[in-house]
Each structure stands twice: as structure tokens, then as C-alpha cells.
Design a protein around this ligand. Sequence first.
Ligand SMILES: NC(=O)c1ccc[n+]([C@@H]2O[C@H](COP(=O)([O-])OP(=O)(O)OC[C@H]3O[C@@H](n4cnc5c(N)ncnc54)[C@H](OP(=O)(O)O)[C@@H]3O)[C@@H](O)[C@H]2O)c1
Length: 385
Amino acid sequence: MASEPFTLRWGILATGGIAKTFTRDLLIPPSTRSVQDVHHEVAAAASSSSASRAQAFLNDLDAPSSAKAYGSYKELVTDSNVDIIYIATPHSHHYQHARLALDAGKHVLVEKPATVNVSQFTILQDLAKKRNLFFMEAVWTRFFPLSLEVVELISSGTLGEIKRVFADFSFWNDVENEFGTTHRMVNMDLAGGALLDLGIYSLTWVFQALYHAKKEKDRVSPKVVSTVSKYVTGADEQTTVLCDFNGAHAVATTSIRVASTPNGEHVGQDDIRIQGTLGDVTVNYAPRPKSYTLTPASSKSRGTPAEFKYETKDFDDSPGGGHGMFWEADECARCVRDGKLQSAVIEWKESEEVLRVMDVVRKQWGIVYPGGVESVEYPLEGFGL
Ligand SMILES: NC(=O)c1ccc[n+]([C@@H]2O[C@H](COP(=O)([O-])OP(=O)(O)OC[C@H]3O[C@@H](n4cnc5c(N)ncnc54)[C@H](OP(=O)(O)O)[C@@H]3O)[C@@H](O)[C@H]2O)c1
């Protein structure tokens, strides 16, 4: 007889846009994606403004009536029916809120970017280690079956040696009218800007290809040069990062002025191009990948032809009607069940390396977030603690 699935009990910290999407995915039966070994329970949610807002959030999602609603994050992290806290506040608040949860002895899944800088991340990973707690940056893209397959194609050497990567994640926005100066995308007080919000996906693909898919001994921190255009608030609105990983080059781009997929349909757009000596793999579309295409390099001019054919492979990015965030939740459940502090799919070291690149870019362009946002001090006033 099959054993009972392991149940992970979630506490949702914040009630905004992505908290809703993620929680909706938690409520989709894992069997719809052929997962039998783990299960998720929405045990509680908290809003920094009121318990009634948290209750409305739970009601909207048809969460079980046993789920508790809290009017403060502090109450949520002390709920003994909660195993793991999902942090979905703006970037600026991740460090303070992750510390709150880890200090309370809870495992943590924190939205991307895990923190605004490396210094904050280092403190959180040390704390998780000391407290024997699972801690992960919510880079959901990495847990799509498509991503795992692309990484395997690269690490197995199918594409030869990877020499170059182009990766883009950009959205067209009516920036002045939609965002003004206060929306979290452009608000410096909330650590806004294209790089931390969208460019992190471009860097995710660069790192999947030129860092993660390599053996540990061959992984290097890239050299970084960049160019940035700033919005009136001082946040970056368009950023291009050039990374050199020991001679392999990557261009990671992001913009809130033009789109990766201008037709809005993600049709015929391959935002990611990974080029090996035996051929390319292109991926459509950066955050929520739907298909990849393999193109072997012409064998006419080379001794070693590629052992693969031209092929486009499509994937279901929403089994059970979800958004695809459940795969990272499944990984959290398995790691907690198995007593792992970090996931092998996005280890602490790699989150730290990606943050280091973003730190370098911001330093090159004088982008410093104000107030306590870049601070490692804890607790700070004004962060809803
Ligand atoms: N993985 C993805 O695909 C994805 C997509 C979008 C966003 N994200 C990430 O998720 C995080 C949240 O993004 P979002 O789009 O959900 O933002 P959002 O809709 O603005 O929600 C943020 C929530 O954080 C809470 N909050 C606490 N202090 C706040 C403050 N000072 N200002 C504003 N909100 C505050 C609020 O909920 P309360 O009621 O709890 O106070 C608010 O609803 C960001 O880090 C972002 O990068 C990830």
C-alpha cells in the first residue's frame, strides 16, 4: 500500500497579487500534476493591515475554513499549526520578514529576489543553518519540468560546450500612467526597478546554463559590466548586463519600456538562446517556460555532429489549471520532509551569486535603496513587524 503523502502546512505572509496566485496553486490537488508523495495545506494567512483583509483573502480563494486569518505578521509566525512561511511582500521587506519567520523557528520560502543585497542574504542563510531550517528563494521557473530538462540537456553535454547565452525578460508598460512614482515596480522605497523584479529571470537562465549546469568545481562568479537607463524615481527601467564566465559570454536584458513578447501571446518568441558548440536550445518564455527548441549546428563543417535533431517540445505549464508555482511548493515539501535546509535546484550559493551580479550592476550605476532597505539591522521600524 502506498504511504500517505507528506503534508506541508503553509502560512502566507502578505495578501497581494502573487500571494493570491501562489496560494491558489497550493490548493490544486497535486495528483493533477502526477504528484503523489506530497500535499499542501493552507493553514493561515496574514495581512499587515487587518485580520479582515487576511480573511477576505482566504475566502476569495476558497481556502479551508480551518485556515486562520491574522492581522499581523508576528502572529502568523507564532502559529504552531504552520510549518513554512511564504513571504510575498515587496523586495524591500524580504530580509526583515524572512528574519522574523526564521527567528520564530519556521521554514521559509521567500519571493524573488530573496533580499536586496548579498549582505542580507548571507545573514539569512547563516540563520537558517544555525536554526536547522529550510530556506529558499522562490525562483519558481527553475522547478518547471521544462527547466529541469533544459538543465539536463546542458549538463549531459548534448549541446557541447556552452559558449554564449542571450536572455531577456521585459514587459511593455504605460510606465508613467500605470506606475507613476509610487508603484512597487519603480518605487525606490520598495526596492523597485526592472533588474530586481524582471531581470532576475534573465539572470536565472544565464545561471542555469553557465553555472548551475556545471560541475561544482567548474562554477565561477562572472565578471560583470552593464548599462542602465533610469526612470524619474532613480529606479532602473532598462538594464543590460554582460557576464563573462571564464570565457563564456552572457547577455541578460530587461526593460519595462519594451516587451520580450510584443505580440503579447508568447508566440514565436524565444526569449532565451543558449548556444553550445553542437547547437542551440531556445526557450519560450523566460519566467513561465512553455516550450523549447533544439537546433543542431550544421554537421557539414565539423567533425563531431550533434546527436540531436531539430525539434520543438511543448509543455503543459498549467496542469490542474494552475500557474505553475506548485512545482516549487512541492520541492519545499520534499526538502522539509527529508530534513534538507536547501534545495539542490537553487542552492544558497547560487542565489547569492545572482544577488552579487545585481549588487555589482547597482554599484556601477549608483542605485542605492534608501532608508533601512539595504540594511542588515533587525528589527527595523516601518516594516510591519
Ligand atoms: N514569482 C512571481 O512570478 C512573482 C510575480 C509577481 C511578484 N513577485 C514577487 O512577489 C513580491 C510581491 O509582489 P506582488 O506583485 O504580489 O506585490 P503586491 O501586489 O503589491 O503585494 C505586496 C503585498 O505586500 C504587503 N505589504 C507589506 N508591506 C507593504 C508595503 N510597505 N508596501 C506595499 N505592500 C506591502 C501587502 O499585503 P498585506 O495585506 O499583507 O499587508 C501587499 O498586498 C515581490 O517581491 C515580487 O518580486 C513574484
